[in-house]
Structures are given as structure tokens and as C-alpha cells.
Design a protein around this ligand. Structure first.
Ligand code: GSH
Length: 216
């Protein structure tokens, strides 16, 4: 089996897939794309993925993109270890948590904060009311997900796709909190989520997936 993984450091979508590949023990060839060099727009990559996004995998010549489609595909090709384990109901719950993360924690909490602090034109002040509303939503969502823990991880004793989808978002909350005091995100993680994040960070393969430019 040959699997090529096209990744971009700092992409939360791509990070999900890297964590999953490692957890499943799938051998892969890592190809890191440089966004500043616009690698994703080079003709050979656009020929592979017309949406020119990471993550993209090529498995035995079959190209696939969209992180959630990739996670479900990886789950099916390695039956010995699952990203969506359990009964139909347990598997559905993992999918529910993923959708809730995307819509609520990320979409209504983290994304507006990121937009206000990183995407406004130079010198333009953030919309404080929008920031505050998003910060409140993020705090509520992290409490919600803390209550969804079923042991060390979201679905029990082992991490699943739900943990690998949520972790990069929580890593962004931590990073923005540390880098942008105006975000007032420092210390916002409830204890249950801080401890859960520490458990992901203690996974033996975690270190290699951490964005190198985040180390400083
Ligand atoms: N819905 C996609 C989003 C992927 C995505 O937005 N990737 C960004 C990096 S975070 C990207 O590759 N952007 C490069 C571009 O659009 O040219 C997924 O879940 O995989």
C-alpha cells in the first residue's frame, strides 16, 4: 500500500488527518506544502485536487481531499484499529460530536475570534462586541464538550476521530491566547478540556505533528 499525505503546517484540517494516520499506524509519505510559496496552486497539485487544499491523500493512486471524508476512508481501510469504533449508535455519536465541533465550537466560537484578530486590515480595530460574544460561545462550548468526555477521551479509553477533529481547534485556542492578549483566551480552557488536551499531547506521535513554526 502506498499513501502520500499532502499537509500544510498549521492547517487544523490537515492536522486532524496526521493525528489519525499516526494513531492508525498507517505508513505514509509526508509531503509538506508551503502556503507562502503557494505550493498548493502549482499545476501538479491542482491536477490532483482542483480545490487546491490540504489535507489531500493519494492512496494507491486514488486522490481524496476533505478531511472528514479522509478520516472515514482511513477508518475503513484499517479495520484492526478504528477512528469511529463501536456500535452504530456509538459511531453516530462520534459523527455528531464532529459536526457539533465544526458548527459550534469552531464555527461560532473560534472562527469569529480568529477573523477579528488575524484577518482585519492592518491597523483596523477588532469588533469588541463580536469578540466578546464569540469568547462566551467558545467557553460554553468547551464546557459542553467537557461534559461529553466518556473517560480520558470523547468516546472512552482511546482517542477517536472526534478527538482528532477537536484537538487542533483547542490548540488554536491555546495559541491565540498565548500570542494575542487582546483575545483574552489565556486560561479559558475548563479543567476537563485542559486535561483532555494534555492527554492528546502525551500521545507518543503527537510531537512530530506539532506545527514547527508554533514552537517559538
Ligand atoms: N473543508 C476542508 C478545508 C480544508 C482547507 O481549508 N484547507 C486550507 C488550509 S487550512 C487550504 O489548503 N488552503 C489553501 C487554498 O485554499 O489554496 C477540509 O476539511 O479538508
Amino acid at each position: 500500500m502506498s499513501l502520500v499525505f499532502h499537509h500544510g503546517h498549521g492547517s487544523p484540517y490537515s492536522w486532524r488527518v496526521w493525528l489519525a494516520l499516526e494513531h492508525l499506524g498507517i505508513p505514509y509519505e509526508l509531503k509538506v506544502m508551503s502556503f507562502s510559496d503557494k505550493d498548493q496552486l502549482k499545476p501538479e497539485f491542482v491536477a490532483l485536487n482542483p480545490r487546491h487544499q490540504v489535507p489531500t491523500i493519494v492512496h494507491d493512486g486514488y486522490a481524496l481531499w476533505e478531511s472528514l471524508a479522509i478520516l472515514e476512508y482511513l477508518d475503513e481501510i484499517v479495520p484492526a484499529r478504528r477512528l469511529y469504533p463501536g456500535t452504530a449508535q456509538e459511531r453516530a455519536r462520534i459523527r455528531r460530536l464532529i459536526r457539533e465541533d465544526e458548527e459550534h465550537l469552531d464555527g461560532k466560537g473560534l472562527t469569529p475570534i480568529y477573523d477579528e484578530l488575524y484577518k482585519r486590515p492592518e491597523g483596523e480595530a477588532p469588533d469588541e462586541a463580536r469578540l466578546e460574544a464569540a469568547r462566551r460561545k467558545l467557553a460554553e462550548e468547551m464546557e459542553y464538550f467537557g461534559r461529553e468526555l466518556r473517560g480520558p477521551f470523547l468516546a472512552g479509553g482511546e482517542p477517536t476521530a472526534a478527538d482528532f477533529v477537536m484537538y487542533p481547534d483547542i490548540a488554536y485556542v491555546k495559541r491565540i491566547g498565548a500570542k494575542k492578549p487582546a483575545s483574552k483566551l489565556e486560561g479559558i480552557l475548563p479543567p476537563a478540556i485542559a486535561q483532555w488536551a494534555a492527554r492528546i499531547e502525551a500521545l507518543p506521535f503527537f510531537g512530530k505533528t506539532f506545527p514547527p513554526h508554533w514552537r517559538s
